[in-house]
Design a protein around this ligand. Structure first.
Ligand SMILES: *Cc1c(COP(=O)(O)O)cnc(C)c1O
Length: 430
């Protein structure tokens, strides 16, 4: 193949990071079910530990199957490096870990996955970190929230729960001006629909549990680095710009350049936090990624058809899908996610809380689960489940009002899904 030719997404989702197994010729990536790797000799071992040579030491750090997955996601996202983690939530902690320290904060969107809101508002405080929640449609508010202790800005590309679309170039400009990285959770969009790095993001995180695996089988996460951030431009990121005591005084940025963040994530982050993806999980996710573009096209087509059907139905009060011209986020689709607004949205049912409960109980094809990004269509009534602890006002602010349900539209026959919604809505609003 001519060298100048740039491979397309459909090709890369199958081939990137993988080649026939050098030991056996196996065409599919083997599951390297091993904990450790034999050193050629003591000198080889020393070179690996000094990061003078890249190779496998122990599977808490790297594993060949997991590395293929990491390289595939990095390629699809247009990054220079990255690593996989045991879950999406692990990826978020791992993404922040080299940047933060006690007293540091991250400026985050109010529109986030429910579990992320809890992780950021509660759990990270145990590390002495904190999060400032801001409406990212208000650029001035984001600027105002950044202070001298801010170490990152964090948002979702297509955000939970309503499928809102974040103005990534605007957030990147604010983060750039403040000298901090922009981290984008690209789980709901996937690299097929959105490329945060091309839009200015520094880092991308994923819950591979969702669309990348695609069928609700394994949890996993990934962190991707654009390689573009200058960690040495200020004294804000000493783990990368100064001698790192946790790695015998190595100065990661000076020694490793654009790969500094990736190497720190593996050599210190995975080594000491141990939030490692296992090779079985990587295998399932590699199987999923091979068909990512095909599935996303169907997810988007189904979501659009179902959102349109719901919007014209008398039993429905409103639909939040950004793929509909009625959405205030519709205008961002062309720049942020030109291949479609995803398949995650909310809708409000006339009859409120009680009707929503009856709706989820009456559906037959849709599954009532706390998950998204499955081939199966999923529904959840946030106010009675994930957002149960919040006051009605807080539920409203989070886009999880008592009369709203969230759907993750699958790749089934759209007419079957509409028929299921139709029969359940009849029962729910009777
Ligand atoms: C599911 C999800 C997470 C958390 O991922 P896990 O794999 O469940 O830990 C984070 N962000 C988004 C957008 C998600 O959908």
């Amino acid at each position: 193949m001519s060298e100048a030719r740039k491979l397309g997404f459909d090709t890369l989702q199958i081939h990137a990071g993988a080649s026939p197994d050098p030991a056996t010729g196996a065409r599919q990536t083997p599951i390297y079910q091993t904990t450790a790797y034999v050193f050629k000799d003591a000198d080889h071992a020393a070179r690996l530990f000094n990061l003078e040579e890249v190779g496998y030491i122990y599977s808490r750090l790297t594993n060949p199957t997991v590395s293929v997955l990491a390289e595939r996601i990095v390629t699809l996202e247009g990054g220079v490096g990255g690593f996989c983690c045991s879950s999406g939530h692990a990826a978020q902690i791992m993404a922040l870990f080299p940047l933060m320290g006690p007293g540091c904060n991250v400026v985050v969107s109010t529109r986030l996955y429910g579990g992320t809101i809890t992780q950021f508002s509660q759990t990270i405080k145990r590390f002495g970190w904190s999060a400032k929640f801001v409406d990212m449609d208000d650029v001035e508010a984001v600027k105002a929230a950044i202070d001298e202790n801010t170490r990152a800005v964090f948002c979702e590309s297509i955000a939970n729960p309503g499928g809102y679309i974040t103005d990534i170039p605007a957030m990147a400009a604010v983060a750039d001006a403040a000298g901090v990285p922009l981290i984008v959770d690209n789980t709901s969009a996937t690299p097929y629909l959105c490329n945060p790095i091309a839009l200015g993001a520094t880092l991308v995180v994923h819950s591979t549990t969702k669309y990348l695996t695609g069928n609700g089988t394994v949890t996993g996460g990934c962190v991707v680095d654009s390689g573009k951030f200058d960690w040495s431009a200020s004294d804000k990121f000493p783990s990368l710009s100064q001698p790192e005591p946790a790695y015998h005084g190595l100065t990661f940025h000076a020694a490793l350049g654009a790969m500094a963040y990736t190497f720190h994530g593996i050599a210190v982050g995975l080594r000491d936090l141990g939030m490692t993806m296992n090779p079985q999980a990587a295998h399932y996710t590699l199987m999923g990624i091979e068909t990512l573009s095909l599935r996303m096209e169907r997810h988007v087509a189904n979501a659009k058809k179902i959102a349109e059907w719901l919007e014209q139905d008398d039993r429905i009060e409103k639909v939040t899908y950004a793929g509909l011209p009625s959405s205030p986020y519709h205008g961002r689709v062309a720049t942020i996610c030109p291949k479609g607004a995803g398949a995650l949205f909310t809708f409000a049912v006339k009859g409120g809380y009680e009707s929503c409960i009856k709706l989820v109980d009456s559906l037959e094809l849709f599954s009532h689960v706390a998950n998204l990004g499955d081939t199966r269509s999923l529904i959840i009534h946030s106010a009675s489940t994930t957002h149960r602890q919040l006051t009605p006002e807080q539920q409203e602010a989070a886009g999880a009002a008592p009369n709203m349900v969230r759907v993750s539209i699958g790749i089934e026959d759209a007419d079957d899904l509409i028929a299921d919604l139709d029969q359940a809505l009849t029962k729910a609003t009777a």
